[in-house]
Design a protein around this ligand. Structure first.
Ligand SMILES: *[C@@H]1O[C@H](CO)[C@@H](O)[C@H](O)[C@H]1NC(C)=O
Ligand SMILES: *[C@@H]1O[C@H](CO)[C@@H](O)[C@H](O)[C@H]1NC(C)=O
Ligand SMILES: *[C@@H]1O[C@H](CO)[C@@H](O)[C@H](O)[C@H]1NC(C)=O
Ligand SMILES: *[C@@H]1O[C@H](CO)[C@@H](O)[C@H](O)[C@H]1NC(C)=O
Ligand SMILES: *[C@@H]1O[C@H](CO)[C@@H](O)[C@H](O)[C@H]1NC(C)=O
Length: 224
């Protein structure tokens, strides 16, 4: 019985602590990117969070500061007119009454520093976020020797791909020789081949938004 009560009071204390934590964080204003890693040709919402007071007006800017030349648009609550547009506006951009901004058909040049100036009934807030637009990796392709290698020949396989942050080499149903050497970026794999190194090799390219694998590349070491 004592244990049960003890357990119960512990839970109440935890709930109280969590309640306090939520109150503190809800006061933080920030811009959340949805999705977190926006992709070229896709869409992103710059979601303004933490504004609890009624919004009177807001302006979005793209650039190093909030000078007039960097203005995207200005939205005035209760106005029946569409938002006023600035020099950085383009028709792929939409603003919502809660302050959030959506950009469709993303281009690399949409990346940069975005600032929203929000005027509420109580105060003005400047919130900014750095938007990066990501490109998927291109399908990797392996190139290798043009003639069949013999034992002890140096074979170099190259994984041709772009936009990858990580490249990995895989060999079908076997590990890659522990003697193999990788370049710093993993694009080339160099092996002084033994007959046991024959097999199908693939390379995999990955970044924050995508992952692609090459077609298999056959290495066949000639028997003497
Ligand atoms: C603001 O409105 C947009 C569109 O309705 C919505 O996607 C977004 O989640 C809203 N933001 C917040 C913080 O509620
Ligand atoms: C981004 O814009 C904000 C608001 O104008 C500014 O305070 C901040 O210094 C800028 N950041 C960079 C890295 O340019
Ligand atoms: C924004 O982020 C990108 C990628 O993380 C970085 O290269 C760039 O310097 C950042 N720009 C600003 C203004 O902070
Ligand atoms: C390959 O190198 C190993 C070790 O140096 C040697 O024992 C072997 O005879 C060589 N094989 C050929 C076909 O030259
Ligand atoms: C290189 O390959 C190794 C082994 O597969 C992997 O752990 C590492 O993350 C890769 N590094 C890069 C830059 O692709």
């Amino acid at each position: 019985m004592y244990l049960q009560i003890h357990h119960f009071s512990h839970c109440v204390l935890l709930a109280v602590l969590l309640g306090l934590a939520v109150d503190v964080t809800s006061g933080q204003r920030s811009i959340q990117l949805i999705p977190q890693y926006p992709v070229i040709n896709g869409a992103v919402t710059l979601r303004v969070t933490g504004i609890t007071e009624e919004i009177v007006s807001f302006s979005w800017f793209k650039g190093p500061n909030t000078n007039a030349q960097y203005q995207i648009l200005t939205y005035i609550a209760g106005s029946s007119n569409p938002p006023l547009t600035g020099l950085q506006y383009n028709p792929r951009i939409t603003a919502f009454s809660n302050g959030s901004l959506q950009i469709k058909d993303l281009q690399i040049t949409d990346g940069g520093n975005y600032t929203v100036k929000i005027q509420t009934v109580k105060a003005a807030h400047d919130i900014f976020v750095n938007l990066s637009v990501y490109e998927p990796v291109t399908k990797p392709k392996i190139t290798g020797p043009t003639t069949q290698p013999k034992e002890n020949d140096t074979v170099t396989l190259t994984c041709d791909t772009s936009k990858a942050t990580t490249i990995r080499w895989i060999r079908r149903s076997a590990g890659i020789s522990s003697e193999a050497k990788l370049s710093g970026d993993n694009k080339t794999l160099t092996i002084i081949v033994k007959r046991g190194d024959s097999g199908e090799y693939r390379c995999e390219a990955e970044n924050l938004v995508s992952k692609e694998s090459s077609d298999p590349y056959k290495v066949s070491v000639a028997c003497e």
